[in-house]
Design a protein around this ligand. Structure first.
Ligand SMILES: Cc1ncc(COP(=O)(O)O)c(C=O)c1O
Length: 386
């Protein structure tokens, strides 16, 4: 084996020893697996109105966008979706990116000048962390969900432009950031607040408008919202929403927007149809919240350490990475897909099963899946968190 490949092999062996091997498992269309691992919270990925809208756009526009947004890739479908997103989120404007990851990289970078201080929550998603890194700005990582620590970080940099960077619903434990407090602290220090609403859009807030709207911050002039269109909206792509002048700045300067082929118009059309359904989906949201509560109650009753979720992400602590992998594999053998999160995908050294609740799953299958998770749990129990 060539030296560089032998080096990679040694590193793979080290990961295997630490229980951190990762493997792709192909999924067949329409398989019978009960899905508590995907992010299709409202079950819209397969909704006939969504797939129908996408199919129509597919035959009208073809498979791809054929170019970047500033060249030939900016179709009516993209513009219609952006207007609908801004209207839903209560912002002046919105801009669609190819993914939530690229939206976050673009947003953080665009909010940063040479002297900017970024104040980033310790549990933030990798895309926000990478956004801070590529911005080149000084970044202070504050303890999780701690407005007082954010205030101290901002007070230590008087007179400097600053941005507080957080998720709304955190992707690993499903808890909600104290957005109103963070906004008050940011405003007091003249800082901006950037919120990644990935796991709250469609799930929380009035008409599902997300965590920022739920905190009463929709349209605030010092708040920028990002989100992926791949979770409750069941599609793909990302959005940055905020003041029109900021969106104009992104269009003219954001490298992850400019130097990237536009997302397929069929996806934009499908997501727009999903948005209409999500906006009118209070019944779906009530069922989702009921299922999240039910999952917590069932798993806690079995003595498992379960997070206190604020949306549809439920995290269950495993004794270690190997135990988490074995637990998830046993569930998979019994036809239940659950997320298996181990370092470095967790903000601490704890490994977890992550259940993402979806109303697209049949209710009886959902109940059976909870039984399977309990049956497959490792003998060793971890102390219950909160
Ligand atoms: C909180 C959060 N932000 C951003 C992303 C990235 O979004 P996308 O998958 O559209 O790149 C994810 C995961 O997908 C996420 O969980």
């Amino acid at each position: 084996m060539a030296d560089w490949l032998a080096g990679l092999h040694r590193r793979a062996e080290l990961r295997a020893k630490a229980g951190l091997t990762r493997r792709l498992r192909p999924r067949a269309a329409g398989d019978a697996v009960v899905d508590l691992a995907g992010n299709d919270y409202l079950g819209l990925a397969t909704h006939p109105e969504v797939t129908g809208a996408a199919a129509q756009a597919l035959s009208a526009y073809g498979l791809g966008a054929t170019g970047s947004r500033l060249v030939r890739g900016s179709t009516d479908a993209h513009h219609g979706l952006e207007a609908a997103l801004a209207d839903w989120l209560g912002t002046d404007a919105g801009l669609v990116f190819s993914s939530g990851y690229l939206a976050n990289l673009g947003a953080v970078r665009a909010l940063t000048q040479p002297r900017t201080l970024l104040v980033s929550d310790a549990h933030n998603h990798a895309s926000l962390i990478d956004g801070c890194r590529i911005s080149g700005a000084e970044t202070v990582v504050t303890p999780h969900a701690d407005p007082a620590a954010v205030a101290r970080a901002l007070a230590a940099a008087p007179g400097r432009p600053a941005v507080v960077v957080t998720e709304s619903v955190f992707s690993v434990d499903g808890d909600l950031a104290p957005l109103a407090e963070l906004h008050a602290v940011a405003r007091r220090h003249g800082a901006l607040l950037l919120v990644d609403d990935a796991h709250a859009l469609g799930v929380l807030g009035p008409a599902g408008a997300g965590g920022v709207a739920a905190a009463g911050l929709a349209g605030a002039p010092d708040v920028v919202v990002t989100a992926t269109l791949s979770k409750a909206l069941g599609g793909a792509g990302g959005v940055v929403a905020g003041p029109a002048e900021f969106v104009r700045h992104l269009v003219e300067t954001s490298r992850t927007f400019i130097f990237d082929t536009a997302p397929p118009p069929a996806v934009a059309a499908g997501v727009r149809a999903a948005l209409r359904l999500a906006r009118a989906g209070d019944g779906l949201r009530a069922e989702l919240a009921d299922r999240a509560d039910r999952a917590v109650a069932r798993l806690r009753a079995a003595g498992l350490a379960v997070s206190a979720p604020d949306a549809a992400v439920v995290s269950v602590t495993a004794p270690g990475p190997e135990a988490a992998t074995a637990w998830a594999a046993d569930c998979a053998d019994k036809g239940v897909a659950v997320g298996c999160f181990r370092p470095p995908s967790t903000p601490d050294s704890r490994s977890r099963l992550r259940l993402t609740i979806s109303v697209g799953v049949d209710r009886a299958d959902f109940e059976r899946a909870l039984d399977v998770i309990v049956e497959c749990a490792p003998g060793e129990r971890v102390e219950v968190t909160s």
